[in-house]
Design a protein around this ligand. Structure first.
Ligand code: NAD
Length: 296
């Protein structure tokens, strides 16, 4: 079983993954190319664990030990022995390939290499590596400590033992692994992309934002509507991912006028206070900024 892990890229996802691994008892090293990002991630984890302990979700007595298992490192070549690496750097094939190539030079040749990519096939990431058989996908969801699913993906050359180890590890970390095909977007993003595309098309045809979300929530028993989720994720990220996914699947990249217009105006959802909804500070109740499919 995995005891020592390295997380490369300690932003939103890497920080969450490191927290879950440390809470499960792993010794976790954190590396990010941006100076201080790994220490900042450790601090975010400390804050998040404190909040969880205050609310009674986490036993406060375990927090110091969990934090003691998290070690930021300044350089990849000072990482030392690890059993596995989880890569969570930005969603860019060239950047990810460069990270994996650098990892081959510094981690033991039997360490498993897992990518948290949300859309890029594992086969493509592993292409050109010396040991592509040890590369697999472990696709976590945001926020990592709360979301139970992890899609586990084998590339064309991945060893079955590496995939099985990923599945066992995810179970040991309290997650539910689902084996997903190595296609762009795997399972969840492919399904959810279709929902987002239809929601944007409905808006184009004049359907009100909040009515679409209410219909999806009550009719399909979803906790959030597609426009609420897009505002939560960020409209720039949503637009980028929709475009990449369409490109990878050979589909049209037309997503109506509203999403590109909002991105152009930097109305990016919750993070800027307005997107498909207006988000007032201190309240979770969004007010539709666009009640109909008229031009924003
Ligand atoms: P992020 O921007 O929050 O964090 C990425 C981190 O990687 C940054 O701290 C950056 O400094 C670092 N980084 C970039 N290039 C690097 C390099 N060459 N070496 C080391 N560190 C480097 O991004 P994120 O949202 O955490 O996404 C990371 C990955 O997880 C992406 O592949 C993304 O598609 C995937 N993902 C994201 C979400 C989400 O909701 N944000 C959900 C599932 C999967």
């Amino acid at each position: 079983m995995i005891q020592r892990i390295l997380v490369v890229g300690t932003g939103t996802m890497g920080g969450g993954i490191a927290q879950v691994a440390a809470q499960a008892g792993c010794m976790v090293k954190l590396y990010d190319q941006s100076p201080d990002a790994a220490s900042a991630a450790r601090q975010r984890i400390a804050d998040s664990l404190k909040r969880a302990a205050d609310k009674g979700y986490v036993d406060a007595a375990t927090v110091p030990d969990t934090l003691a298992r998290l070690t930021p490192v300044d350089a990849l070549d000072s990482v030392g022995d690890v059993d596995a690496v989880i890569e969570a750097v930005k969603e860019d094939l060239d950047v990810k390939r460069a990270v994996f190539a650098a990892l081959e030079a510094v981690v033991p040749s039997d360490a498993a290499l897992w990518s948290n990519t949300s859309t890029i096939p594992i086969t493509r990431i592993a292409e050109g590596l010396k040991y592509p058989r040890r590369v697999a996908g472990t696709h976590f969801f945001n926020p990592v400590p709360r979301m139970r699913l992890v899609e586990v993906i084998a590339g064309a050359q991945t060893d079955e033992a590496v995939v099985a180890l990923a599945e066992r590890t995810m179970l040991a970390w309290g997650k539910t692994p689902v084996r997903a095909p190595d296609t762009p977007g795997f399972i969840v993003n492919r399904i959810f992309d279709a929902i987002k595309r239809e929601a944007l098309q409905l808006l184009e045809e004049g359907a009100p934002v909040d009515q679409v979300d209410t219909a999806v929530k009550l009719g399909l028993n979803f906790p959030m509507g597609p426009f609420e989720v897009m505002d939560l994720v960020g409209l720039d990220t949503t637009y980028h991912c929709l475009q990449k996914q369409a490109e990878a699947m050979g589909r049209s990249q037309a997503f109506g006028t509203h999403l590109p217009n909002l991105v152009r105006q930097r109305k990016l959802g919750r993070k800027t206070g307005e997107g498909f909804y207006q988000h007032q500070a201190g309240t979770d109740r969004p007010i539709p900024a666009r009640t109909t499919g008229q031009q924003p």
